[in-house]
Design a protein around this ligand. Structure first.
Ligand code: UD1
Length: 361
């Protein structure tokens, strides 16, 4: 029997809630977990809906740090997480991905001499001015246990001199997706409620700072969506909605902007889409697993296996490449020319993360 550990987990942004759903369940079957929600995402549609829908345990601590400049936001988290960890020191601190909440959790723990477990370690875009790249490079460096989704991620850590405590567990998002896909598959009413018909629309999401904070780039992306041969369903992230209002970008008539979707609706919308256009890392993988062709609205991706397989095509913010790319990848998928999605391992990554905690000794 493994020792029963006390793990403090730090989450704060939407993709972390999704990852925490399967991992918290697996973790709590063996160990004790205390959950800190930094409050980086605070709108009900960006946070509470995921806790309710996915049955994530209520946070033990809600820090409510909210939005702000990166230094200010991360600093507020750091101070509050440190106080919590110091008051009740756990055996380890677990963090996910690459957000400011990830870095704050890892740094607070490391400064207190507490081991850090990083889930989704070893990914790189090699774009050093991207906030997520800074967060993930530093978090990997601070971690005692690095749970990698792929062998490529493990090789990247090795290239950076990180070899101890590295384990390939697969991708925990696959566990979350499978649970939800099974739940929504029997509910065809969801697409009707979203106002779309199966196979007859494109799904789009845009939220990366590089895409939202440059008005010319944002305008090019929106124009490209308007030139697609499908109507577009676009759940709009609050950062993007604010950027659209600031820069006065108008929506083409074929593009329908809606509020951010809960996870069940998002998965249903993805399952029914002819193609997805996104700058989200999570959605690139979810599309791949569900065999939905994808065009990524970035010049690079951390999830290179999706591109190598042919299911995902990098089109940056170039309208011609986006429109032509969507047609190409949809045609390749329709021809049955693309391989089955196997790159991110078998389901069960959440259990393998729990098993990796044995490396803490
Ligand atoms: C963050 C992560 C990004 C992740 C994304 C998932 C960092 C640096 N970025 O980006 O890696 O892919 O979450 O969504 O950590 N806002 C609201 N309500 C909310 C949350 C945000 O209105 O509930 C608005 C605020 O105006 C805020 C802006 O969105 O300033 C950006 O939010 P923030 O959490 O700082 O970054 P994201 O763009 O969501």
């Amino acid at each position: 029997m493994p020792r029963r550990l006390r793990i403090t987990t730090v989450v704060g942004a939407r993709p972390q809630f999704i990852k925490a759903a399967p991992v918290s369940r697996a973790l709590r079957a063996v160990h004790a977990e205390r959950l800190i929600h930094t409050g980086q995402h605070y709108d009900a549609g960006m946070s509470a809906v995921f806790f309710e829908e996915l049955g994530i345990p209520a946070p033990d601590v809600a820090l409510a740090v909210g939005s702000g400049a990166h230094g200010a936001q991360t600093g507020r988290m750091l101070e509050a997480i440190e106080a919590d960890l110091a008051a009740a020191p756990p055996d380890a601190v677990l963090v996910y991905g690459d957000t400011n909440s990830t870095l704050a959790g890892a740094l607070a723990a490391a400064k207190l001499g507490l081991p850090v477990v990083h889930v989704e370690a070893g990914l790189r875009s090699f774009v050093r001015d991207m906030p997520e790249e800074i967060n993930r490079v530093l978090t990997d460096r601070l971690s005692r246990v690095c749970c990698c989704p792929t062998e490529g991620a493990r090789a990247q850590l090795r290239a950076e001199g990180i070899t101890e405590g590295v384990v390939v567990v697969g991708d925990v998002m696959l566990d979350a997706l499978r649970d939800t896909a099974a739940r929504v598959a029997g509910d065809p009413g969801r697409l009707a409620r979203l106002g779309v018909t199966r196979g007859g629309y494109a799904l789009a999401t845009v939220h990366r700072a590089a895409n939202t904070d440059d008005p010319a780039r944002l305008a090019a992306l929106v124009a490209a969506l308007g030139r697609l041969p499908w109507p577009v369903l676009w759940p709009v992230h609050p950062r993007t909605r604010a950027a659209m209002a600031r820069s006065g970008v108008a929506l083409p008539s074929t593009v329908r902007a809606v509020e951010p979707l809960g996870y069940g609706d998002l998965v249903a919308a993805l399952q029914g889409a002819a193609v997805v256009l996104t700058d989200s890392g999570g959605l690139q993988k979810e599309a791949y697993w569900l065999r939905v062709p994808c065009v990524t609205l970035r010049a690079v991706t951390e999830w290179t296996e999706t591109v190598d397989s042919g299911w995902n095509l990098l089109a940056d913010a170039d309208p011609d490449r986006i429109v032509a790319g969507a047609r190409t990848v949809v045609a390749a998928a329709a021809d049955g020319a693309l391989p089955p999605p196997e790159a991110y391992g078998a389901p069960g990554a959440a259990a393998r993360v729990t098993a990796a905690l044995d490396l803490l000794g």
